[in-house]
Unconditional design. Sequence first.
Lengths: 90, 253
Amino acid sequence: MKNDLTDGGAVTSAAAIGTGDGTGGLPIEVNGEPRRVAAGTVAGALEELGWGTARVATALNGEFVPAAARAGRALARGDRLEVLAPMQGG
Amino acid sequence: MRSFYGQQLDSPLMLGTAQYPSPAVMEAAFRASGASVATVSLRREQGGGQAFWDIVRRLGVRVLPNTAGCHGAREAITTARMARELFRTDWIKLEVIGDDDTLQPDPFGLVEAAEVLAGEGFQVFPYTTEDLVLARRLVDAGCRVLMPWGAPIGSGLGLNNPYGLRALRAAFPDIPLVVDAGLGLPNHAARAMELGFDAVLLNTAVAQAGDPVAMAEAFALAARAGALAARADPMAPRDMAVPSTPVIGKAWL
């Protein structure tokens, strides 16, 4: 998913800063989609995105973030957050 | 009986959870198969993950998460770490794919990832080829189960290299061996068990059959027959006929 925020983590458009989509917050990528989160940590972002109590595992920029470490893991502009759930497999 | 990281399995069938016509059919197929292990994966949360997990838990079988689709050691290692937390098991079916057409394992990435994961306490089930030297490297890396392919994933071709599988069995008498991938028909499962393998892992052959529940039962029967045959010490094949009915006492007519 391409957007104007994640190229090298640089913000390339003025609309990307502030409240362009009415929510404000930090521009990050969640499961490949551009999102904005007000929270500053992985735990806060999960809560905000509705996965506060969900059975999920997380990775930030390709590195596993254990559940116990989510509250202490700060988010930065352009971070790639992966939120994975159980799925069928062979 | 060889144990899988200390666990005895009630059934030599390991069954995948993907590609069934419906969750209800998957559940019925599992019950018909008597499978002792269910393979699962993890993917981006899009809803439905929790419902799927509830069904798997209801099956009451051991869960073996995979790293399906990973193309390098780094990706597979991260996926394994996430799977361990999500499924609360140290078991991991380690897949590092090296070729998109055949889904053949990347032997170099596989060994690299196996070393790291075994060092972190994972109990690694490597999806590998029947290559004997690669198998040795995996055992050296800490793997105590080996899962050579029968044929490419989803191909249904059966055992492409029975000689290679037999050589593996002979080389690793103490390591549990599982034929993983490529099985299409119950006789393939029976054959693998007859070769002295400890289990078979399959998905597509059951899930994509016209009647997955019946096919699950057929595989269960075949695997059991093969296992029984292996324990019964099969006769050696020979090229010439030998009469089974006694020759002595035959009438002069």
